[in-house]
Write a protein that binds this ligand. Structure first.
Ligand code: GRF
Length: 187
């Protein structure tokens, strides 16, 4: 199998990046993680790139030309897929149009429910019976692109936001890779 080159965008802890790196070691997994882009110099997730000798770039999104810099790197590393894994910056319409690559995102709710931030608090406030995660294509609207995969679990009555986060992230670590396998299944 000829693997595609993928770039993972992160801002924080990077547990989804870590699981993608692990799964990409399997020769049947459709992608290699060839580049990591991070918009937070203090992000723990950068360590996963360093440990695995994956090229990474820390970008300052306050710079006016930051998207041009990122697009140049995407081209340089022949990236086919961009995975947003806890990247806390909205991808602009301009970037989507100029990039021309598949962009996917992982979100900690069962979209279209609970877009945006503070998902777990919203889930509890709404007395949901179930929650989970979604991997979806990125379009111009926040957390609104076509769904690729969802995974869910039933909420226990004592579950607080921190517990929902732990349970959701456990599912995310499987869902992201499964979504990528699903995307490339027939290619
Ligand atoms: C994940 O819960 C993801 O759904 C959300 O941000 C979190 C990132 O976690 N978009 P990590 O940095 O991958 O650990």
């Amino acid at each position: 199998m000829v693997k595609k080159n993928a770039c993972v965008f992160i801002s924080g802890y990077g547990s989804n990046l870590r699981s993608l790196i692990r799964n990409s070691r399997n020769h049947n997994f459709p992608i290699n993680i060839s580049l990591v882009i991070c918009n937070n110099a203090d992000a723990k997730g950068i360590l996963h790139a360093k440990k695995n000798s994956i090229p990474y770039l820390i970008i300052n999104t306050k710079k006016r030309n930051f998207e041009t810099i990122v697009l140049k790197e995407i081209k340089k590393y022949r990236i086919s897929l961009i995975c947003l894994a806890g990247y806390m910056k909205i991808i602009s319409k301009n970037f989507i149009n100029n990039c021309g690559k598949k962009i996917i995102n992982i979100h900690p709710s069962l979209l279209p429910k609970f877009k945006g931030l503070n998902t777990f608090q919203k889930v509890l406030k709404n007395n949901e019976k179930k929650t989970g995660c979604t991997v979806h294509f990125v379009n111009e609207k926040l957390d609104s692109g076509k769904l690729i995969i969802q995974k869910s679990f039933f909420i226990n009555k004592n579950d607080k936001a921190n517990i929902l986060k732990i349970k959701t992230q456990k599912l995310e670590h499987k869902a992201f890779s499964e979504a990528i396998i699903k995307m490339y299944r027939y290619n």
